[in-house]
Design a protein around this ligand. Structure first.
Ligand code: FMN
Ligand code: MN
Length: 509
């Protein structure tokens, strides 16, 4: 069942023995990150640091760091259950008889109850600090990696370097698991995205939304209208909320609607105290309210040890002016670290990979399965399995993926035939090494890339590679006769399995 707030989720984690409380005092600068990195990489529990040096609030981290915990947050045993539900949403069976229609009623009722509900009060506003009383530095935001926030070193874009002098001093602390709530000034559509927020001063933060993401798209609209942009950063709330904030939904499809679907019921929202146009989940632990003035000089944000395993370089991003900090009476501060995989975010990404397959197949029905392997850090690599029926179909699939939402940022796409298990990396590389003539089977294209890609020729632009590792057929350029892949006959396999115990060989058959 869904968890209405983070604390009920934490209680369930604890009941199952999936959470460890740390009573020793720890430093929010690097120490929490180093402990967490070890625990996540070992597949360990969620961590609740009860005593964080210099802060009154406990820090929760590695909350979604295993498949089991990610699934629990989503209220399922396996991501596939949600994928199946998405599938029925896309392709509903239209009831014909009266009885069928009646049977469908609960499903319809559920759809009707998905949009968020705005109410007057929420526990996220039990304590309100506004204006001069608001201070984001009271939140135990952590510093994740040694060069985070350090603009004296090499991780700064040359064009932005002059801004290093005017930037306020910083400890390199970031809010990393916040949902950033914005509204489209033209349509009033709500968006929630997870973007890191750098803490500078009690009422000044940096907002790191990538140019391709919806927060930045909304920002450009305010810029054109010369209007102040209201923004809220919410931490906690319904357990599905952090995941929903990372979902790669089409620009005008609200994460809050999708969150209602994941939550099996509407998300309750409350208007912000100082930015009433923005509505945030009533059950959030903390909410930072503020605004961005599009006319104002941007500020040097970063560097930050990122998903890619490298620092994202410091660059110019908008200033978030804080107008209020509100919180529950006894809030937890949820956070995460990213860095060389595996990290907690791997499971957020895997959930998306599975849940969004039915949607991806709507536009690219050729895809049977795909895998965003861990080493590819989401955007660097995708393994794709198709049922090949005509020449150069793999290239069509690659092109379609490069046109599909955030999948467009995939730097390397490998396409393999139907019989290959794309979840088995070794099998995929076997096909690549065996089946390609590099000059014939590699497609290079130029286009937008993740702004975190440091190797591309420009920021957010560069080339992408498609590797067609399928069996080649006539019509695909110069090919010779193609041999069959070796496989034992099913009869002999069955016979040997049956007789295995007779051979007395001391390994399992
Ligand atoms: C832990 C974590 C941190 C992230 N940090 C950022 C970030 O700082 N900036 C950003 O633009 N996207 C970041 N993302 C990715 C976005 O949240 C994700 O692409 C989301 O779909 C964007 O939503 P939008 O399309 O509504 O903007 C992060 C994702 C995760 C899981
Ligand atoms: Mn969005």
């Amino acid at each position: 069942m869904p968890f209405p707030d983070l604390q009920t989720f934490v209680a369930e984690l604890e009941k199952r023995g999936w959470l460890t409380r740390i009573k020793a005092e720890v430093d929010p600068l690097l120490e929490i990150a180093e402990i967490t990195d070890r625990v996540t990489k070992a597949g360990g529990p969620a961590l609740l640091f009860e005593r964080v040096r210099g802060h009154a609030y406990p820090v929760l981290i590695n909350t979604f760091g295993t498949k089991e915990r990610m699934c629990l947050a989503l209220g399922v045993n396996d991501f596939q259950e949600l994928a199946d539900e998405v599938q029925t949403l896309i392709k509903p069976e239209i009831p014909t008889t009266l009885l069928d229609k009646i049977k469908k009623l609960p499903q319809l009722a559920r759809l009707g109850s998905l949009p968020p509900k705005v109410v007057k009060r929420g526990m996220c506003q039990e304590v309100v600090h506004r204006d001069r009383d608001a201070d984001v530095t009271t939140l135990p935001a952590i510093k994740c990696w040694p060069q985070d926030g350090d603009v004296t070193g090499p991780n700064v874009y040359a064009h932005a370097r002059p801004h290093a002098e005017t930037r306020p001093p910083t400890e390199g602390r970031y809010i990393t698991l916040g949902g950033i709530y914005t509204i489209d000034p033209e349509t009033q559509d709500r968006n929630v995205g997870m973007y890191r927020v750098q803490v500078f001063e009690p009422r000044l933060c940096g907002m790191h939304w990538h140019m391709h993401h919806d927060g930045a798209r909304h920002f450009r609209k305010y810029q054109r209208r010369k209007e102040r942009m209201p923004v809220a950063v919410a931490l906690g709330g319904p357990a599905i909320m952090p995941y929903a904030a990372t979902c790669p939904l089409p620009p005008d499809l609200s994460e809050l609607l999708f969150a209602g679907f994941l939550n099996r019921g509407a998300i309750e929202l409350v208007p912000c105290v100082t930015q009433p146009a923005i509505h945030v989940p009533t059950t959030a632990e903390f909410v930072i309210e503020g605004y961005i003035d599009p006319d104002e000089e941007p500020l040097l944000e970063g560097p930050f040890g990122d998903h890619t395993g490298f620092y994202s370089m410091a660059d110019l991003f908008p200033r978030l002016h804080v107008t209020a900090v509100t919180h529950r009476r006894n809030p937890l501060y949820p956070t995460t670290i990213v860095g060389k995989p595996p990290q907690e975010d791997f499971w957020l990404g895997k959930a998306t990979e599975r849940i969004f397959l039915p949607l991806l197949r709507v536009i690219i029905p050729d895809i049977i399965d795909y895998n965003l392997p861990r080493f590819g850090c989401f955007h660097n690599c995708a393994f794709v399995k198709i049922r090949k029926e005509y020449p150069l179909q793999a290239r069509r699939v690659m092109s379609a993926i490069w046109g599909a939402g955030q999948m467009a940022f995939t730097k390397i796409i490998v396409v393999v035939d139907e019989h290959v298990d794309v979840q088995d990396e070794e099998q995929v590389w076997f096909q690549v090494c065996a089946n390609i003539d590099p000059k014939r089977d590699i497609m290079l294209v130029d286009g937008p890339l993740d702004i975190l890609d440091h190797a591309s020729r420009g920021l957010g632009v560069g080339s992408k590679m498609g590797i067609d590792a399928t069996r080649k057929i006539p019509g695909e350029g110069e090919i010779r006769d193609w041999p069959d892949e070796i496989e034992m006959s099913t009869e002999m396999r069955a016979q040997v399995t049956r007789r295995w115990h007779e051979y007395g060989i001391p390994i399992p058959g």
